[in-house]
Design a protein around this ligand. Structure first.
Ligand code: NAD
Length: 348
């Protein structure tokens, strides 16, 4: 157990939009110590998150309503957004009130977006309960819903007022989701943190999960502080996502396609061709094998390429990809879109 990181506070320094990120086991049941809960609070969760977590938060509030949406990506829709907003309105929420997300990235993205537009924006607190949301999606202020098959196309930058990460909630998370989220931490290690990568190579990820979350949050915080709205530096976080999104469109879990791959699994596959050193590629494959992340999917490369070319970022004939020449460093490279074919071929 990584004692030194229990009870850590990080601060996201964004001027007037700065906020604390509390990383502590037991912090969810002590949320009242960190936030003003003496107002109307909408606690948004989904049907797959054990209800005890949202209830634990609601019980600390003066006046709370728990809003439970169906679990899964399909809830990042206008229909569900409207339902959440309607429930907030019916609860009589005003400008000074608060939305708290208790769940994974789906709940965080949906509830954060609802907070950003309700009465032109009200306070939002994120309490992530999946590895993916603890490591990545709960900080940085990106909120969004999907439009049809197009992911995250309608949204806003809306920074939370506070993020409370309680790793003890991971005890109920299904193993595959647990590992899926860790792919984003492997990403952080490859891009900028050899010590973090070392945990995946030699450490005990279950025992060291608090450290993994801490180091990943620190990495993302540094990037977001330098580039809040993704004008440059923040693009590094898209490492693995160009090919990853193509694979996700073809092989991802959505609708009735329930036997596909999760987002982190697709990103993991998408990172491999972007690692320029063969030796590091081999080490990364060994990490995937150790974690149980996929190494290949047997996906149809022509279909993946077609999806990537369809991406609006590739439509100028050129695309910027993030490459990792060696462990802990990265470069943005603009390549002709035909270069994607070569990159995809590298996976064999
Ligand atoms: P998710 O929110 O769908 O959660 C995965 C599943 O685990 C769900 O069925 C959920 O009900 C369940 N669950 C959540 N917490 C649990 C717990 N503690 N115990 C048991 N079950 C639990 O998926 P995710 O991987 O957390 O997030 C994926 C979403 O995040 C995608 O929509 C993606 O677009 C988004 N995302 C956003 C950002 C951002 O910066 N805003 C970054 C990356 C990903």
């Amino acid at each position: 157990m990584s004692e030194e990181f229990l009870g850590t506070k990080l601060t996201m320094n964004l001027g007037a939009r700065s906020y604390d990120i509390i990383l502590r086991r037991g912090s969810l049941e002590n949320l009242y110590q960190f936030a003003n809960l003496g107002r109307r609070v909408a606690v948004v969760t989904d049907s797959g998150v054990p209800p005890i977590y949202a209830q634990m938060v609601a019980d600390q509030c003066k006046d709370a309503v728990v809003i439970t949406v169906p679990q899964g990506e399909a809830s990042k829709s206008f229909k569900t957004l409207e339902s959440v907003l309607n429930q907030m309105l019916a609860f009589g929420m005003g400008r000074g009130d608060l939305v708290i997300a208790v769940g994974g990235g789906v709940v965080g993205d949906l509830a954060g977006f609802a907070a950003s537009i309700y009465m032109r924006g009200i306070d939002f607190i994120n309490c992530p309960t999946t590895t993916l949301s603890m490591i990545d999606s709960s900080i940085g202020g990106k909120t969004a819903i999907d439009l049809g098959d197009t992911k995250n196309i309608v949204g806003a930058f809306w920074q939370p007022k506070l993020v409370v990460v309680d790793p003890s909630t991971l005890s109920t998370l299904p193993r595959r989701h647990f590992i899926n989220g860790l792919a984003e931490a492997v990403k952080a290690g490859l891009l900028a943190d050899p010590e973090l990568f070392g945990i995946f190579e030699n450490g005990d990820v279950d025992a060291e999960v608090d450290t993994i979350i801490y180091r990943s949050l620190k990495f993302k915080k540094n990037i977001v502080e330098q580039d809040e709205t993704e004008q440059g530096m923040r693009k590094a976080l898209n490492f693995g996502h160009t090919i990853g999104h193509g694979i996700e469109a073809v092989k991802g879990i959505k609708g009735r396609r329930t036997n596909g791959l999760y987002h982190g699994e697709c990103v993991a596959l998408g990172m491999l061709p972007m690692i320029e050193s063969k030796a590091l590629q081999k080490r990364t494959r060994a990490v995937y094998r150790r974690l149980g992340l996929p190494l290949r999917t047997g996906y149809d490369k022509e279909k993946v390429l077609a999806e990537m070319l369809h991406d609006k970022k590739a439509q100028s004939g050129q695309i910027t990809v993030i490459k990792v020449p060696g462990l802990g460093c990265w470069q943005a490279k603009t390549i002709p879109v035909e270069g994607l074919r070569t990159l995809l071929g590298m996976e064999d």
